[in-house]
Design a protein around this ligand. Structure first.
Ligand code: AMP
Length: 382
């Protein structure tokens, strides 16, 4: 019986465990926040990710370690790696945790990105704006997620205030790209080098947070899929990667630009639980335990809607045949991902109709506060 140690016990860990029990795996989680979502399924060690005594204790109770949170300190992953297998490799964490290192890494592999400059001072910022132009985004290099740690610079008058907002942390200035749409690829590589790729996903964000994913991408061209797979394969080869890797792209008139990667299962892959022959969670577990990877064919046209900030009326949503609910056992807070819905249907028209129905439920019910604007904008194209 293999016991898998997971750093992080959030919803990704919870879904990893749900996928792993049918395969006979056991789980232990480590997370500093008591009562995290995955703790209702398996023991959780409550400790800081940097607490080496806790890590050593944790390592004694498991056969291998993975993570569901990409900001685990690299030193902690390396500390564990000296004791037992750790997948994906800590080098992937190192590359993904710093936006500058990540973009340099993409470029070194011939993967295009937006134009960017490292910023250490107000002077660097002024020179960067001169070189890459406006509008641009100033971002913290580390610990940014869901749109946090980012300031838009639309015109020169905003340079000083952007600097005042973010100064003190290492920064990166990125050209603001007018993308056609945002896509992501979910790739899986096993220890033996076997790779599989799910079809590209179309992602819709608001305020930097993923709201809706559509899979496969409507009007997916083979060439686009091949390019995304080629880029993902290059990243995975370079890192001797094992597990699921997600890369987020901007699709522009010049082709795909890599925005960022996540060395873990990813929110834009949640639809695979009902929508693909093998889910991203199961394939991650198969990869890290040395099992053959599962088929990634898609069962139809899929959509995933994140339930963010407020608790919707479950019976209302579940009254739509074919809607699946995943609820993460988290306390509601503004902008917090609390759960998601998945829909899988046989044709794109039926998917549109179902999205409309879900949108109406989210909008109309009196308890569904906080859903208005983005639901209208995304699902009704108004
Ligand atoms: P990130 O934290 O880099 O994933 O950014 C969150 C979201 O902000 C992305 O999914 C995009 O919608 C938007 N965004 C980030 N960087 C850029 C950029 N350089 N140009 C245009 N939009 C961006």
């Amino acid at each position: 019986m293999t016991t898998i140690g997971v750093l992080g016990a959030g919803q990704l860990g919870w879904m990893l465990a749900l996928a792993g029990y049918p395969l006979g795996f056991r789980f232990h989680f480590l997370d500093p926040v008591p009562g995290s979502p995955a703790s209702c399924l398996a023991p959780q060690k409550v400790a800081d990710y940097a607490d080496q005594a806790a890590l050593a204790y944790f390592a004694r109770g498991v056969d291998l370690v993975t993570y569901e949170f990409e900001n685990v300190p690299v030193e902690s992953a390396r500390f564990l790696e000296r004791r037992l297998p750790v997948y994906p490799p800590p080098l992937a964490l190192e590359k993904a945790q710093d936006r500058l290192i990540e973009k340099d890494f993409f470029r070194s592999l011939g993967i295009p990105t937006v134009a960017y400059r490292a910023v250490q001072s107000l002077e660097d910022l002024r020179v960067g704006v001169e070189e890459i132009g406006l509008p641009a985004l100033l971002k913290t290099r580390r610990m940014g997620y869901d749109g946090k740690g980012q300031v838009m610079i639309a015109d020169e008058a905003m340079i000083d205030s952007a600097w005042e907002t973010l100064k003190g942390a290492p920064l990166i200035l990125e050209a603001f790209t007018k993308f056609r749409r945002e896509l992501s690829v979910l790739a899986v590589r096993s220890a033996s080098g076997q790779c599989v790729f799910y079809p590209l996903v179309e992602n819709h964000h608001r305020e930097g947070i993923l709201r809706l994913s559509l899979a496969p991408v409507p009007d997916l061209e083979v060439k686009l899929q091949n390019t995304a797979e080629m880029y993902a394969a290059r990243v995975m080869e370079a890192l001797d990667y094992v597990g699921v890797l997600a890369i987020e792209f901007f699709q522009t008139d010049e082709g795909l630009l890599a925005n960022e990667m996540a060395p873990r299962v990813h929110n834009s892959g949640h639809w695979t639980i009902e929508g693909a022959v093998t889910s991203q969670f199961e394939n991650h577990l198969r990869a890290i335990t040395g099992y053959p990877l599962g088929a990634v064919a898609v069962n139809g046209w899929c959509a995933m809607i994140n339930l963010i900030g407020s608790v919707p009326e479950f019976p209302d949503l579940l009254s739509i045949p074919g809607v699946h609910l995943h609820w993460y056992h988290k306390t509601a807070r503004p902008n917090r991902k609390l759960g998601h819905l998945t829909m899988v249907v046989s044709d794109p028209e039926a998917l549109n109709a179902m999205l409309r129905q879900v949108g109406e439920k989210l909008l109309l019910h009196p308890n569904n506060g906080g859903w208005g604007a983005w639901v209208k904008e995304l699902l009704f194209h108004e």
